[in-house]
Design a binder for this molecule. Structure first.
Ligand SMILES: *Cc1c(COP(=O)(O)O)cnc(C)c1O
Length: 438
């Protein structure tokens, strides 16, 4: 062995030992038992689609076989289908730091489960406009170029509908947000940002940006797609106005699981949202001709909840029953650091360029690397049981779900990654054909 390969070998041995030791000390390692994970797969894509909790599978069968199959329409009352949006909202609330006590005081609810992020953002943008147009003096919505595209498309849609004289999307770079808020000042309706960047994992300074926006009379809408269920947000403490989040990423609600809306209580009485439907009516079962919005968070509902999906999400959230979100965050930071360090130490991985913030405190639960052949590299890894994902144009993204990943999983992933890079497996033609979903 050459000196170099000796030192590489030693480094691998030390990472292997460290992974075992860390798993032994992991305070939330037992949460893995809540999941049904395929053997021979290490799943580093929970930031896109969370894995399957056993409770979710059980509920899916129960909802379909018993509730729908046998109890039919009586299930709306018998199995409380009608309360699902509020009840699921109530389970999500503590994960994002929204205080409420739905059992004793339904009017205290600030979080509700419904629709998709895209649809919910549209409602919130309109709500912000209804509260804060200042008789037409405020017209601008500030976001960043590298926001998740659907977030920007919803503003573009609203702008096309009501005209740029009333709603105009202004974009800037990530690092220019604060300066831009100062600049736009009293022409700003709202600042709309994604807390954790979907590509790089960069975390915005939510408390600071929220406060600055408020100083200029603007509202804030935070997209918590990559935050909810994996890091503390404390929406109430930081006086966030509105937020949305995703049910199928770290909350593990399954493909197409409904999203959620947070709207601070102080805004409920005055806001308006335009997708008025019967489920958002103060008394849906009066079947009145005229719409009268519910006075609380329910006014964000439009149509009938997707009962099967929402029930599955409800059950999936039981994973978080006995764990604090800070424990999840601590493990998340440890996992990303472990992976990052192992990549840095491996000679075989010099071809990967790190594209996330350097410190774990500054990033969410994912790591991005750039590589010319990122797409094919990702496909080659998947063929070997390591599931990561690709984001155009040249990013390979690894997501770390702390509730089901172990440090030994990370070690294994790195070993496979080294092999694929050494053998250049990604050059095979079969890994270079693009599929519909990346
Ligand atoms: C995943 C994701 C979405 C998804 O939006 P849907 O309308 O629920 O499909 C939106 N925004 C961000 C930042 C995301 O990461």
């Amino acid at each position: 062995m050459s000196e170099n390969s000796k030192s590489q070998h030693a480094s691998t041995q030390s990472h292997a030992a460290s992974a075992i030791a860390r798993d032994q000390q992991d305070a939330i390692a037992h949460l893995r038992d809540h999941y049904e994970l395929p053997e021979d797969t290490i799943y580093l894509d929970g930031n896109s689609l969370g894995a399957l909790p056993k409770a979710a599978k059980k509920r899916a069968l129960e909802v379909v076989e018993t509730q729908w199959g046998k109890d039919l329409i009586t299930s709306w009352n018998k199995h409380a289908w009608i309360d699902l949006p509020m009840n699921v909202g109530d389970r999500i609330a503590p994960l994002i730091g929204a205080k409420q006590d739905v059992k004793n005081d339904p009017a205290s609810a600030q979080v509700i489960c419904c629709d998709s992020i895209s649809v919910n953002l549209f409602k919130l943008l309109c709500a912000a406009l209804s509260l804060n147009s200042d008789d037409g003096k405020r017209t601008k919505i500030l976001s960043q170029c590298d926001n998740f595209p659907t977030d920007l498309y919803t503003v573009e849609g609203l702008q096309a509908l009501i005209g740029s004289g009333k709603c105009e999307l202004v974009l800037c770079e990530e690092e220019e947000i604060e300066q831009k808020i100062e600049e736009l000042g009293d022409s700003l309706i709202t600042v709309m940002l994604t807390h954790v960047n979907f590509r790089s994992g960069y975390i915005h300074n939510l408390p600071k940006i929220t406060e600055l926006a408020h100083q200029h009379g603007a509202l804030v809408i935070w997209d918590l797609a990559h935050s909810a269920g994996v890091l503390p947000v404390n929406v109430d403490e930081h006086k966030v106005d509105f937020a949305v989040g995703c049910g199928y990423k770290y909350l593990n609600g399954g493909p197409g699981a409904p999203a959620f809306v947070y709207a601070a209580k102080r805004h409920h009485a005055k806001l308006q949202q335009p997708l008025s439907g019967w489920m958002g009516h103060a008394k849906p079962f009066d079947f009145a001709v005229e719409y009268q919005a519910d006075s609380g968070i329910k006014q964000f509902l439009s149509g009938t909840p997707s009962v099967i999906s929402m029930s599955v999400l409800d059950a999936a959230l039981s994973v978080f029953d006995d764990v604090s979100i800070q424990q999840v965050r601590d493990k998340s930071m440890a996992l990303t650091s472990f992976f990052q360090q192992a990549v840095e130490d491996a000679d075989d991985l010099k071809g990967l360029k790190f594209a996330s913030p350097a410190l774990p405190e500054q990033r969410g639960s994912q790591l991005a690397y750039t590589h010319d052949k990122a797409y094919a590299l990702c496909q080659a890894l998947i063929s070997k049981g390591i599931v990561a994902d690709f984001r155009a144009p040249d990013i390979i993204r690894f997501g770390f779900s702390p509730t089901y990943l172990s440090f030994q999983d990370i070690f294994q992933s790195i070993e496979t990654l080294k092999q694929v890079m050494r053998d250049k497996t990604y050059e095979l033609p079969e890994f270079n054909r693009k599929q519909a979903v990346t």
